[in-house]
Design a protein around this ligand. Structure first.
Ligand code: SAM
Length: 280
Protein backbone atom coordinates (compact mmCIF):
# COMPACT_ATOMS: atom_id res chain seq x y z
CA UNK A 1 0.00 0.00 0.00
CA UNK A 2 1.54 3.28 -1.10
CA UNK A 3 0.95 6.22 1.22
CA UNK A 4 3.36 8.80 -0.22
CA UNK A 5 1.70 11.58 -2.25
CA UNK A 6 4.01 14.06 -3.92
CA UNK A 7 1.31 16.78 -3.74
CA UNK A 8 2.36 17.50 -0.13
CA UNK A 9 5.94 18.22 -1.17
CA UNK A 10 5.64 19.70 -4.67
CA UNK A 11 7.84 22.73 -5.26
CA UNK A 12 9.85 22.32 -2.05
CA UNK A 13 13.63 22.84 -1.84
CA UNK A 14 14.21 19.27 -3.04
CA UNK A 15 12.03 19.78 -6.12
CA UNK A 16 13.85 23.02 -6.95
CA UNK A 17 17.19 21.22 -7.22
CA UNK A 18 15.70 18.09 -8.81
CA UNK A 19 13.72 19.92 -11.50
CA UNK A 20 16.29 22.59 -12.33
CA UNK A 21 18.90 19.86 -12.81
CA UNK A 22 16.41 17.83 -14.87
CA UNK A 23 15.58 20.79 -17.09
CA UNK A 24 19.25 21.57 -17.69
CA UNK A 25 19.87 17.91 -18.62
CA UNK A 26 16.87 17.79 -20.99
CA UNK A 27 17.94 21.01 -22.70
CA UNK A 28 21.42 19.61 -23.24
CA UNK A 29 20.34 16.16 -24.42
CA UNK A 30 17.81 17.45 -26.93
CA UNK A 31 20.47 19.46 -28.75
CA UNK A 32 21.96 16.32 -30.27
CA UNK A 33 20.52 15.05 -33.54
CA UNK A 34 19.68 11.42 -32.60
CA UNK A 35 16.27 10.45 -31.13
CA UNK A 36 16.13 10.35 -27.34
CA UNK A 37 14.26 7.89 -25.12
CA UNK A 38 13.29 9.37 -21.75
CA UNK A 39 12.20 7.13 -18.88
CA UNK A 40 10.63 8.44 -15.65
CA UNK A 41 10.49 5.49 -13.24
CA UNK A 42 8.40 7.32 -10.59
CA UNK A 43 6.34 9.98 -12.32
CA UNK A 44 3.85 11.18 -9.67
CA UNK A 45 0.64 13.03 -10.57
CA UNK A 46 2.29 15.24 -13.20
CA UNK A 47 1.02 18.61 -11.91
CA UNK A 48 0.06 20.19 -8.61
CA UNK A 49 -2.01 23.15 -7.46
CA UNK A 50 -1.16 25.30 -4.44
CA UNK A 51 -3.93 26.98 -2.54
CA UNK A 52 -3.73 29.70 0.08
CA UNK A 53 -5.99 27.51 2.26
CA UNK A 54 -3.37 24.79 2.44
CA UNK A 55 -2.41 23.87 6.03
CA UNK A 56 0.97 25.32 7.06
CA UNK A 57 2.62 21.89 7.12
CA UNK A 58 1.73 21.37 3.46
CA UNK A 59 3.19 24.64 2.28
CA UNK A 60 6.65 23.27 1.63
CA UNK A 61 6.76 25.17 -1.66
CA UNK A 62 7.00 28.43 0.29
CA UNK A 63 10.57 27.51 1.19
CA UNK A 64 11.26 26.30 -2.32
CA UNK A 65 9.97 27.64 -5.60
CA UNK A 66 8.04 30.33 -3.67
CA UNK A 67 11.26 31.96 -2.48
CA UNK A 68 12.72 32.14 -5.99
CA UNK A 69 9.56 33.30 -7.72
CA UNK A 70 10.24 37.03 -7.58
CA UNK A 71 14.02 37.14 -7.40
CA UNK A 72 15.85 39.04 -10.10
CA UNK A 73 19.35 37.66 -9.44
CA UNK A 74 18.86 34.00 -10.38
CA UNK A 75 21.73 32.01 -11.95
CA UNK A 76 20.92 30.90 -15.52
CA UNK A 77 19.82 27.34 -14.67
CA UNK A 78 17.38 28.58 -12.03
CA UNK A 79 16.12 31.34 -14.31
CA UNK A 80 15.29 28.73 -16.97
CA UNK A 81 13.50 26.66 -14.31
CA UNK A 82 11.49 29.63 -13.00
CA UNK A 83 10.60 30.64 -16.56
CA UNK A 84 9.25 27.14 -17.12
CA UNK A 85 7.14 27.26 -13.94
CA UNK A 86 5.95 30.78 -14.84
CA UNK A 87 4.78 29.60 -18.26
CA UNK A 88 2.68 27.03 -16.40
CA UNK A 89 0.97 29.76 -14.33
CA UNK A 90 -1.34 32.53 -15.49
CA UNK A 91 0.07 35.86 -14.52
CA UNK A 92 2.22 36.66 -11.55
CA UNK A 93 0.73 34.43 -8.90
CA UNK A 94 2.33 31.09 -8.15
CA UNK A 95 -0.58 28.64 -8.09
CA UNK A 96 0.42 25.67 -10.19
CA UNK A 97 3.51 23.53 -10.25
CA UNK A 98 4.64 21.11 -12.98
CA UNK A 99 5.98 17.68 -12.05
CA UNK A 100 8.84 15.88 -13.81
CA UNK A 101 6.55 14.44 -16.56
CA UNK A 102 5.66 17.94 -17.76
CA UNK A 103 9.28 19.08 -17.92
CA UNK A 104 9.94 15.98 -20.02
CA UNK A 105 6.90 16.22 -22.26
CA UNK A 106 7.73 19.83 -23.09
CA UNK A 107 11.26 18.84 -24.16
CA UNK A 108 10.15 16.16 -26.65
CA UNK A 109 10.98 16.62 -30.30
CA UNK A 110 8.86 14.66 -32.83
CA UNK A 111 11.47 11.85 -32.91
CA UNK A 112 11.70 11.41 -29.10
CA UNK A 113 9.67 9.19 -26.76
CA UNK A 114 8.74 9.34 -23.10
CA UNK A 115 7.82 6.47 -20.78
CA UNK A 116 6.19 7.36 -17.46
CA UNK A 117 5.65 4.87 -14.63
CA UNK A 118 3.30 5.51 -11.72
CA UNK A 119 2.01 2.87 -9.32
CA UNK A 120 -0.47 4.85 -7.20
CA UNK A 121 -3.89 4.49 -8.86
CA UNK A 122 -5.09 8.03 -8.03
CA UNK A 123 -1.88 9.68 -9.20
CA UNK A 124 -1.89 7.46 -12.28
CA UNK A 125 -5.35 8.80 -13.24
CA UNK A 126 -4.30 12.40 -12.57
CA UNK A 127 -1.17 11.86 -14.64
CA UNK A 128 -3.22 10.65 -17.61
CA UNK A 129 -5.36 13.80 -17.44
CA UNK A 130 -2.32 16.06 -17.23
CA UNK A 131 -0.45 14.44 -20.15
CA UNK A 132 -3.53 14.22 -22.36
CA UNK A 133 -3.58 12.46 -25.68
CA UNK A 134 0.05 12.30 -26.76
CA UNK A 135 1.30 9.52 -29.00
CA UNK A 136 4.90 10.14 -27.94
CA UNK A 137 4.15 9.39 -24.29
CA UNK A 138 3.34 6.02 -22.75
CA UNK A 139 1.97 5.93 -19.19
CA UNK A 140 2.51 2.65 -17.39
CA UNK A 141 0.80 1.63 -14.13
CA UNK A 142 3.55 -0.73 -13.06
CA UNK A 143 6.80 -0.82 -11.11
CA UNK A 144 9.18 1.73 -12.63
CA UNK A 145 12.45 0.02 -11.73
CA UNK A 146 11.41 -3.24 -13.39
CA UNK A 147 9.89 -1.24 -16.28
CA UNK A 148 13.17 0.58 -16.89
CA UNK A 149 15.01 -2.72 -17.44
CA UNK A 150 12.61 -3.69 -20.22
CA UNK A 151 13.10 -0.34 -21.99
CA UNK A 152 16.90 -0.48 -22.11
CA UNK A 153 18.88 -0.15 -24.26
CA UNK A 154 16.88 2.33 -26.38
CA UNK A 155 16.79 1.51 -30.11
CA UNK A 156 18.92 4.57 -30.98
CA UNK A 157 21.23 4.13 -27.98
CA UNK A 158 20.41 7.54 -26.51
CA UNK A 159 18.55 7.65 -23.24
CA UNK A 160 17.84 9.62 -20.09
CA UNK A 161 16.56 7.71 -17.05
CA UNK A 162 15.11 9.72 -14.17
CA UNK A 163 14.73 7.75 -10.93
CA UNK A 164 12.76 9.56 -8.26
CA UNK A 165 11.30 7.08 -5.75
CA UNK A 166 9.51 7.98 -2.52
CA UNK A 167 11.83 5.70 -0.46
CA UNK A 168 8.95 4.52 1.74
CA UNK A 169 10.68 1.24 2.52
CA UNK A 170 14.11 0.97 4.08
CA UNK A 171 15.12 -1.49 1.38
CA UNK A 172 14.36 1.02 -1.40
CA UNK A 173 17.83 2.59 -1.07
CA UNK A 174 19.50 -0.75 -1.68
CA UNK A 175 17.03 -1.74 -4.41
CA UNK A 176 17.58 1.48 -6.39
CA UNK A 177 21.34 0.93 -6.53
CA UNK A 178 20.92 -2.74 -7.45
CA UNK A 179 18.55 -1.88 -10.31
CA UNK A 180 20.75 0.96 -11.57
CA UNK A 181 23.77 -1.36 -11.72
CA UNK A 182 21.72 -3.86 -13.66
CA UNK A 183 20.35 -1.17 -16.04
CA UNK A 184 23.87 0.16 -16.60
CA UNK A 185 24.97 -3.33 -17.69
CA UNK A 186 22.30 -3.20 -20.41
CA UNK A 187 23.01 0.37 -21.38
CA UNK A 188 26.32 1.82 -20.16
CA UNK A 189 26.23 5.07 -22.13
CA UNK A 190 22.85 6.26 -20.84
CA UNK A 191 22.42 9.21 -18.51
CA UNK A 192 20.93 8.21 -15.15
CA UNK A 193 19.66 10.81 -12.69
CA UNK A 194 18.93 9.31 -9.27
CA UNK A 195 17.30 11.40 -6.55
CA UNK A 196 17.80 10.68 -2.83
CA UNK A 197 16.48 12.20 0.41
CA UNK A 198 18.79 12.47 3.41
CA UNK A 199 16.79 11.21 6.37
CA UNK A 200 19.41 8.86 7.76
CA UNK A 201 22.83 9.91 6.39
CA UNK A 202 24.14 6.36 6.70
CA UNK A 203 21.74 5.15 3.99
CA UNK A 204 23.09 7.69 1.50
CA UNK A 205 26.69 6.89 2.43
CA UNK A 206 25.87 3.23 1.73
CA UNK A 207 24.33 4.08 -1.67
CA UNK A 208 27.37 6.15 -2.54
CA UNK A 209 29.80 3.38 -1.57
CA UNK A 210 27.85 0.78 -3.55
CA UNK A 211 27.80 2.96 -6.66
CA UNK A 212 31.53 3.62 -6.43
CA UNK A 213 32.25 -0.07 -5.87
CA UNK A 214 30.09 -1.10 -8.85
CA UNK A 215 32.75 -0.03 -11.35
CA UNK A 216 30.39 2.43 -13.08
CA UNK A 217 32.39 5.38 -14.41
CA UNK A 218 31.61 9.09 -14.52
CA UNK A 219 29.36 9.66 -11.50
CA UNK A 220 28.72 13.10 -10.04
CA UNK A 221 26.83 14.04 -6.86
CA UNK A 222 24.86 17.23 -6.24
CA UNK A 223 23.26 17.85 -2.86
CA UNK A 224 21.46 20.75 -1.20
CA UNK A 225 20.84 20.99 2.55
CA UNK A 226 18.71 23.66 4.21
CA UNK A 227 19.73 22.67 7.74
CA UNK A 228 22.04 20.10 9.38
CA UNK A 229 20.99 16.42 9.24
CA UNK A 230 18.30 15.61 11.77
CA UNK A 231 16.87 12.08 11.77
CA UNK A 232 14.16 13.11 14.28
CA UNK A 233 12.78 15.94 12.13
CA UNK A 234 12.91 14.35 8.70
CA UNK A 235 14.50 15.50 5.47
CA UNK A 236 16.75 18.56 5.68
CA UNK A 237 18.75 17.78 2.58
CA UNK A 238 18.46 15.84 -0.63
CA UNK A 239 20.55 15.26 -3.69
CA UNK A 240 21.10 13.51 -6.98
CA UNK A 241 23.62 11.04 -8.27
CA UNK A 242 24.13 11.57 -11.99
CA UNK A 243 25.81 8.93 -14.13
CA UNK A 244 27.16 10.20 -17.49
CA UNK A 245 26.07 13.80 -16.81
CA UNK A 246 26.03 16.45 -19.55
CA UNK A 247 29.48 18.04 -19.51
CA UNK A 248 27.78 21.39 -18.86
CA UNK A 249 26.06 20.24 -15.65
CA UNK A 250 29.01 20.69 -13.29
CA UNK A 251 29.39 24.37 -14.09
CA UNK A 252 25.63 24.94 -13.93
CA UNK A 253 25.54 23.36 -10.46
CA UNK A 254 28.63 25.31 -9.36
CA UNK A 255 26.50 28.43 -9.83
CA UNK A 256 23.18 26.98 -8.67
CA UNK A 257 24.06 25.17 -5.44
CA UNK A 258 25.76 27.98 -3.46
CA UNK A 259 22.93 30.30 -4.46
CA UNK A 260 20.26 27.85 -3.26
CA UNK A 261 22.12 27.10 -0.03
CA UNK A 262 22.13 30.80 0.76
CA UNK A 263 18.59 31.66 -0.33
CA UNK A 264 16.79 28.52 0.92
CA UNK A 265 19.06 27.59 3.85
CA UNK A 266 17.55 28.15 7.30
CA UNK A 267 19.33 30.59 9.65
CA UNK A 268 22.45 30.64 7.52
CA UNK A 269 22.82 26.85 7.91
CA UNK A 270 22.32 25.86 4.29
CA UNK A 271 25.03 23.74 2.69
CA UNK A 272 25.76 21.89 -0.51
CA UNK A 273 27.89 19.08 -1.92
CA UNK A 274 29.30 19.04 -5.45
CA UNK A 275 31.46 15.97 -6.00
CA UNK A 276 32.89 13.91 -8.83
CA UNK A 277 32.45 10.49 -7.17
CA UNK A 278 33.97 8.49 -10.03
CA UNK A 279 36.05 9.93 -12.86
CA UNK A 280 35.13 9.51 -16.53
N1 SAM B 1 9.04 12.38 -10.23
C1 SAM B 1 7.92 13.15 -9.71
C2 SAM B 1 8.22 14.63 -9.94
O1 SAM B 1 9.40 15.01 -9.94
O2 SAM B 1 7.29 15.39 -10.16
C3 SAM B 1 7.65 12.86 -8.25
C4 SAM B 1 7.62 11.41 -7.90
S1 SAM B 1 7.29 11.04 -6.23
C5 SAM B 1 8.76 11.46 -5.40
C6 SAM B 1 7.35 9.27 -6.25
C7 SAM B 1 6.16 8.61 -6.94
O3 SAM B 1 6.47 7.24 -7.17
C8 SAM B 1 4.88 8.62 -6.13
O4 SAM B 1 3.85 9.21 -6.89
C9 SAM B 1 4.56 7.13 -5.89
O5 SAM B 1 3.18 6.83 -5.94
C10 SAM B 1 5.29 6.47 -7.04
N2 SAM B 1 5.75 5.08 -6.81
C11 SAM B 1 6.09 4.48 -5.65
N3 SAM B 1 6.58 3.25 -5.90
C12 SAM B 1 6.58 3.08 -7.25
C13 SAM B 1 7.04 2.05 -8.11
N4 SAM B 1 7.57 0.92 -7.64
N5 SAM B 1 6.92 2.24 -9.45
C14 SAM B 1 6.39 3.38 -9.96
N6 SAM B 1 5.93 4.40 -9.17
C15 SAM B 1 6.04 4.25 -7.84
Amino acid sequence: MLSYRHAFHAGNFADVLKHSLLLHTLNYMTQKEKPLRIIDTHAGAGAYTFSSNQPIKNREYENGVGKLWKRDDLPATLQDYINFVKAFNDGDRLQHYPGSPLFMQAALRPKDNLFLHELHSTDWRLLNDVIGDDRQVKIIDDDGLAGMQGLLPPPDRRGLVFIDPSYELKNDYHEVVKQVISAHKRFATGTYVIWYPVVLRQRIDDMQKALIKSGIKNIQLFELGIAPDSPEYGMNSSGLFVINPPWTLWKAMEETLPYLAEVLGENGEGFYRLEQLVAE
